[in-house]
Design a protein around this ligand. Structure first.
Ligand SMILES: C[S@@+](CC[C@H](N)C(=O)[O-])C[C@H]1O[C@@H](n2cnc3c(N)ncnc32)[C@H](O)[C@@H]1O
Length: 254
């Protein structure tokens, strides 16, 4: 098999990269769309988003007057750019920042290095590739960078922070205790695995990454450290979850 053919063959068996399945938060998309509207003449063009689960961008119906403004699967970006360039289809595409210049093709690289947290929680450094900017090869754009940064900051500020009772331990709580230089160990007999608290289930919420209910003894051992860490937690938007009677019962039996 030729090298190219072989690579295409083994590509089929590669697991999907997480960045391929990141969904663009609407405010991010709106900023990008408005930026393109301001900077490029796309008046009267139909804006298309051919990248979605089960989509087939190669067999998508591209009308004459269209522009693709979308977040494609990053693992296929060079193939996609080649496809659009060959067919002279206009595009402004989200692209992986670190490998933005990797493909030696005709494009305008719009560099913003924006760190997006996508809907699936993946954090990806993103810039853009386009063919709407004529002879420009590279555009380092602080304007788009700061508009996108503002969204990320607003999103961060509005994220609720879950605060759990001492009888619940999560890996991030341990990490915050450890990061403050405090040693902690918990015995197997003192824990019960827990994906969500009963009160969370009512709200369709869960413990991120799961956690453990702790015996009273283990909870007491870590309470001081946890309290110290919580006091340092300055976030305003804290939601305190309480234990249910059922969970208290489990703990009492530990
Ligand atoms: C990074 S996600 C972005 C999804 C959406 N465009 C957005 O902005 O939220 C890329 C999407 O492209 C889809 N995809 C994968 N291969 C594709 C293909 N050949 N044609 C069209 N879409 C594809 C994936 O399933 C995934 O939903």
């Amino acid at each position: 098999m030729e090298n190219k053919e072989y690579n295409e063959f083994i590509d089929k068996f590669k697991p999907k990269l997480t960045t391929d399945d990141c969904y663009t938060p609407q405010p991010v998309y709106d900023v990008v769309l408005n930026y393109v509207k301001e900077k490029c003449d796309i008046e009267g063009l139909e804006v298309l988003r051919p990248f979605y689960p089960g989509g087939d961008y190669e067999n998508f119906n591209y009308p004459e007057n269209c522009v693709v403004i979308d977040n494609p699967p990053f693992s296929m970006i060079s193939k996609i750019i080649r496809f659009y360039n060959e067919r002279k289809i206009k595009y402004f595409l989200f692209a992986p920042h670190l490998t933005l210049f990797s493909s030696n093709q005709d494009y305008n690289a719009v560099v913003t290095d924006s760190l997006f947290e996508y809907e699936n929680g993946a954090k990806v450094k993103t810039s853009f590739l386009s063919n709407l900017f004529g002879d420009k090869k590279i555009i380092g754009c602080p304007e788009l960078y700061s508009r996108l940064k503002k969204i990320n900051e607003e999103k961060k500020a509005n994220l609720p922070c879950y605060q759990y009772p001492h009888e619940v331990i999560t890996v991030s709580k341990i990490a915050s205790i450890v990061s403050k230089g405090i040693y902690i160990e918990i015995d197997k007999k003192d824990v019960a695995f827990c994906r969500w608290l009963d009160h969370q289930k009512e709200h369709n919420k869960s413990i991120f990454g799961s956690g453990f209910l702790l015996s009273k003894k283990a909870a007491a051992e870590k309470a001081a450290a946890e309290k110290a860490a919580a006091e340092k937690n300055k976030e305003k938007n804290i939601i305190y979850w309480e234990l249910s009677e059922r969970e208290k019962d489990i703990i009492n039996k530990l």
